[in-house]
Design a protein around this ligand. Structure first.
Ligand SMILES: NC(=O)c1ccc[n+]([C@@H]2O[C@H](COP(=O)([O-])OP(=O)(O)OC[C@H]3O[C@@H](n4cnc5c(N)ncnc54)[C@H](OP(=O)(O)O)[C@@H]3O)[C@@H](O)[C@H]2O)c1
Length: 308
């Protein structure tokens, strides 16, 4: 499996991270089959959140992998905190972050997280307090590296200001052909077209400048969990193009999506969400192929994205 550096963490990770948001929908045996396939493929990076299925996804993962010290040292675990449905919804206070990490460690049956991310912006946050909390977590050995999710450049700069030498390693953002706003706005700067609307403050360019890895979540979904665009008649042009270009390399459309995300020189890490071992193998196959510049743009425009 191809690997990459996750931001400035110094940690080498596979170019695909296995998202575990949907793991609690599966039995322990089904989850084990997915995890075993992942590990066979060299995919040893797993993304969690305290929130997923109320913590059950983390529990199911620990049960399925049979967590113990030997297992733990072979895998890279990431979890996220800061969303708390039923309470204030977003909470980046020290109390909440600490409580969340303790919960994830307990459910994952581990002493440490490799990466901890702030899940979704909390406008009532105090970045200084968050940075101090990260420092405490690092000193205690409970978290090794930090990142954010769904943040814009100024939010990251605000937090980094207080983090000193401790880098923000990654920003998790939705990215796929139908969710490619961060590419579209950069292509249509100052144009009087909707594709030129900048919704994220130039996050693609900022993360590249700062050496922050974008983790591309929901690579196969359109909208905000509206469904899968592959084999979806509403995305006919995109499906035809993925099939056409994939066929040149003997790849399925699923593999071709992964190859498309990885072809971007931002060097994103793809976060898959499948719980189907066969589909995970297809995703892995997409890491083997480097699309041409022409092919990348053809796939991008096949969904109606315009180029000025
Ligand atoms: N930071 C954030 O705010 C945020 C938000 C969302 C997700 N995430 C992370 O990103 C990971 C990936 O997100 P995601 O699960 O939405 O990713 P995804 O890989 O785009 O979607 C996975 C889902 O789509 C289905 N699927 C994929 N290809 C399909 C196809 N060709 N036909 C039918 N169904 C297909 C999968 O079903 P099968 O299981 O049957 O394959 C699964 O239910 C999550 O696990 C989580 O770790 C982060």
């Amino acid at each position: 499996m191809k690997t990459m550096q996750l931001g400035k963490s110094g940690v080498t990770v596979p170019v695909i991270g296995v998202g575990c948001m949907r793991m609690a929908d599966k039995t322990t045996d089904e989850a084990r089959a997915l995890i075993e396939t992942a590990l066979d493929l060299g995919l040893n990076f797993f993304d969690h959140a305290d929130l997923y299925a109320g913590g059950d996804s983390e529990r199911r993962f620990a049960d399925a992998i049979g967590m113990n010290d030997d297992v733990r040292e072979k895998i890279i675990l990431q979890s996220k905190c800061g969303i708390c449905p039923g309470k204030t919804m977003f909470d980046f206070s020290r109390e909440h972050i600490m409580e969340s990490v303790e919960g994830s460690l307990r459910r994952l049956r581990t002493d440490y997280l490799d990466f901890l991310l702030l899940h979704r912006p909390d406008t009532l946050w105090e970045p200084e307090e968050v940075a101090e909390t990260f420092q405490l977590l690092k000193q205690s050995g409970k978290v090794r590296h930090f990142g954010v999710s769904n943040q814009n450049p100024m939010q990251m700069r605000h937090l980094q200001k207080y983090m000193g030498d401790e880098p923000i390693c990654c920003d998790q953002l939705q990215f796929s052909v139908p969710a490619s706003g961060m590419v579209k706005s950069g292509l249509n700067v100052n144009m009087d077209v909707d594709d030129g609307i900048d919704r994220d403050g130039g996050v693609l360019e900022y993360t590249r400048c700062e050496g922050i890895t974008i983790q591309a979540w929901s690579p196969f979904q359109y909208g905000f969990f509206k469904g899968v665009y592959l084999d979806n008649p509403a995305f006919e042009g995109l499906n035809e193009k993925l099939a056409e270009i994939g066929a040149r390399y003997g790849m399925s459309k699923t593999s071709t999506v992964v190859a498309w995300v990885l072809r971007h020189p931002a060097k994103m890490q793809v976060l898959t969400g499948t719980m189907n071992p066969e589909r995970l193998k297809e995703c892995a196959a997409g890491t083997e192929v480097t699309l041409t510049r022409q092919e990348w743009y053809e796939i991008f425009t096949s969904d109606g994205n315009i180029l000025p």
